[in-house]
Ligand binder design. Structure first.
Ligand code: ATP
Ligand code: FE
Length: 337
């Protein structure tokens, strides 16, 4: 089948076309309007989605050299995400399916982040994880360890009780005066810093769960104390601060993942979500392969942050099982995996 995927859960409007599991196009329109606010403003996001959705879908079809008549089904992000943003993608998908008389497929955004591993390029096929595998899903809104039993059968075995890892990066970056989203900047400055320059305490949390709010608070107090003595403390230590912070976040993430792998005996280990762009985390995965004999799976950079290709591939697995929804479907902002 040829499937059109639509993603609009947060601040990126995206449309993609896949044929079987092979990607034909993946168009993403980001939104610059949020930068000056230091975070995504929901009302502005939904308005921008409305402006972007039609041109983005047009471009996806043009890039894929596919006409609307050739599309077999349309898959869209039903949740989780911002209600106003989800509404735009959902309404568009419903309208498209109705007009073309083709099946409509709802997709869980988090499941899609995990299934991004199964997207294949037309020129080069890559290895995909074998079931069961563990997936560390780390994004702006989520941090969890997912036990993936099958394409559409997933169980969360650990998750954050407060902030997500991406949120921890972004909030700490904000405290340092860096623009939103600060995660990529922390990664960049870390490259020239010493990860052992400063020590930040790690949370003590049961099982495979995470917590990041304590780190954010202690980082804030740490900076405030030093700035009292040295007003330019942040400027003078930017790289070391970023490197030390990044190391702490990566260590927190990896400690639980390693424990989960030991407990379950699973050595197929995948990474997903926007934070998987982080170079420190990627290196930690490579170290895990050396140290624990893991088979590691790190998705293509363009499929880690929000994109419609992952929505389309999830749509494919549901298409094969004939899991369709009707026109009465509504977005679900707090949808679980
Ligand atoms: P969710 O998928 O949970 O709804 P989201 O879609 O907002 O959240 P993503 O787009 O998957 O999240 O990821 C964005 C997050 O990834 C941001 O918090 C951003 O700072 C972080 N991020 C992106 N690149 C890096 C990097 N190189 N290092 C650290 N964090 C990064
Ligand atoms: Fe996402």
């Amino acid at each position: 089948p040829i499937i059109l995927g639509i993603e609009s859960s947060c601040d990126d409007t995206s449309a993609a076309i896949i044929k079987g599991d092979t990607i034909l196009s993946n168009v993403i329109a980001g939104q610059k309007v949020h930068e000056e606010y230091g975070g995504v403003v929901p009302e502005l996001a939904s308005r921008a989605h409305q402006q972007n959705i039609i041109p983005v879908v047009h471009k996806a079809m043009k890039d894929a050299k596919v006409t609307p008549e050739e599309i077999s089904a349309v898959a869209f992000t039903r949740g989780p995400g911002l209600m106003g943003s989800l509404l735009v993608g959902t309404s568009f998908a419903k309208g498209f399916a109705l007009a073309r008389k083709i099946p409509l497929i709802e997709v869980n955004h988090l499941q899609a982040h995990v299934l991004a591993h199964f997207i294949q390029e037309s020129d080069s096929k890559h290895e995909v994880p074998e079931f069961p595998f563990l997936c560390l899903l780390v994004s702006g809104g989520n941090s969890q360890i997912v036990l993936v039993k099958d394409h559409l059968e997933m169980e969360i075995i650990g998750q954050t009780i407060d902030d997500a890892a991406g949120e921890a990066f972004d909030k700490c970056a904000k405290v340092m005066g860096l623009p939103y989203p600060g995660g990529p900047l922390i990664d960049q400055f870390s490259k020239d810093g010493n990860p052992d320059a400063f020590q930040f305490s790690k949370p003590r949390i049961a099982d495979f769960d995470y917590s990041f709010s304590g780190l954010k608070t202690s980082f804030l107090y740490f900076l405030r104390d030093h700035i009292k003595k040295e007003p330019d403390f942040i400027e003078n230590n930017k790289n070391d601060l970023c490197a030390s912070l990044q190391k702490t976040i990566v260590d927190i993430l990896m400690d639980k993942l390693i424990a989960a792998s030991k407990k379950t005996g699973i050595k197929e280990i995948a990474l997903a979500g926007g934070v998987s762009a982080n170079s420190g985390l990627r290196q930690a995965f490579v170290d895990g392969r050396e140290k624990y004999g893991w088979n590691i799976y790190i998705p293509e950079f363009s499929y880690t942050t929000d994109n419609a290709a992952m929505i389309a591939i999830t749509g494919l697995f549901k298409f094969r099982k004939q899991e369709f929804v009707g026109q009465e479907v509504a977005p679900y902002a707090r949808m679980g995996i």
